[in-house]
Write a protein that binds this ligand. Sequence first.
Ligand code: NDP
Length: 258
Amino acid sequence: MSLKGRGAVITGGGRGIGKAVARCLAEAGASVVVSARSTNEIEAVAAELKADGLEAHAITCDVSDEASVNAMASAAMERLGTVDILVNNAGIAPSNPVKRVTLEEWNRVMGINVTGTFLCTKAFLPGMLERGWGRVVNVASVAGLRGSRYIATYCASKHAQIGFTRAVADEVADKGITVNAICPGYVDTPMTEYSVTQITEKAGVSPEEALQHILATSPQKRLIRPEEIAAVALMLCGKDGEGISGQAIAIDQGQGNH
Ligand code: NDP
C-alpha cells in the first residue's frame, strides 16, 4: 500500500488507460477521483472500485474548460482532503492529412491535450507546493517523441505536452514534486478502436487490415495493455520513483530504436 493516505486525480478516467491507472493507484492505497465528460462512464468506474473496497469518487469535468477544471479541482480537494497525485491522461486523437485539418479540429485537440494538461496542473500544483510533495504524470505518446503521417495535430499536441512536462519539472525540481510523461505506442483501448474505424473508413480497408496497419508499428506485434501504462504511473508516484523527473518514458516495445 505504497500510496496510502495519498489523494489522486485521474483525468480521462472513464475508460482505457485512465481507468487502468485509477484502479492501479487505488489498489496501492490512494483515494482516487476519476474525471471525464461522460458522467455515466466515470460513475461506473468509481462504483467498480468502491465495490472492491477501494476509495473512489467520480467528478465530471471538461479539461479544456477553465471553469470546469476549477470546479472539479475544488470538488476533488473537498472529497480527498489533499490532491497529491495528478494524472493528466484525458486526450483525443483524430487523424487527417494536414491539408484537411480544420482550425476547429486543431484548436479542439490543443484545447484538450495541451491546455487541459496546463489547466489541471495549474489547479493542483499550488497545494503540492504548499505541502512540499507531489507527483504529476502526463500521459503523452510516442507521437510526442517523433512524427508520423496523418496525425500532425496530435503529434504537435503531444510534443507540446512533453515540453510542458520538462519545463514544469525543472521549475519544481527542488520542491518535492516530480513531473513526468509516459509515452506509449498503441494501447488496447477505445481510442485505438476508434483509430481502426478511422483507417477502415478513410483507406477503404477491412477492420482486420486496419489493425494490421497499426500492428506494423509494433515490434512485438501486439497492442500494449493499459495495465502496462498503469504500472509505470504507479512506479513514478511511489517511493522508488522519487528520483525520476522531467522524463518522457517510452513504452513502445523498442519501436524508437528502429
Ligand atoms: P480513450 O479514448 O479510451 O479515453 C480517453 C479518456 O479521456 C476518456 O475517459 C474521455 O472521456 C476523456 N476525455 C476526452 N476528452 C476529454 C475532455 N475534454 N475532458 C475530460 N476528459 C476527456 O483513450 P485512451 O485511454 O487510449 O488514451 C488516454 C491517453 O493516452 C490520451 O491522452 C491518449 O492520447 C494517450 N495515448 C493513447 C494511446 C493509445 O494507443 N490508445 C497511445 C499513446 C497515448 P470523455 O470523452 O467522456 O470526456
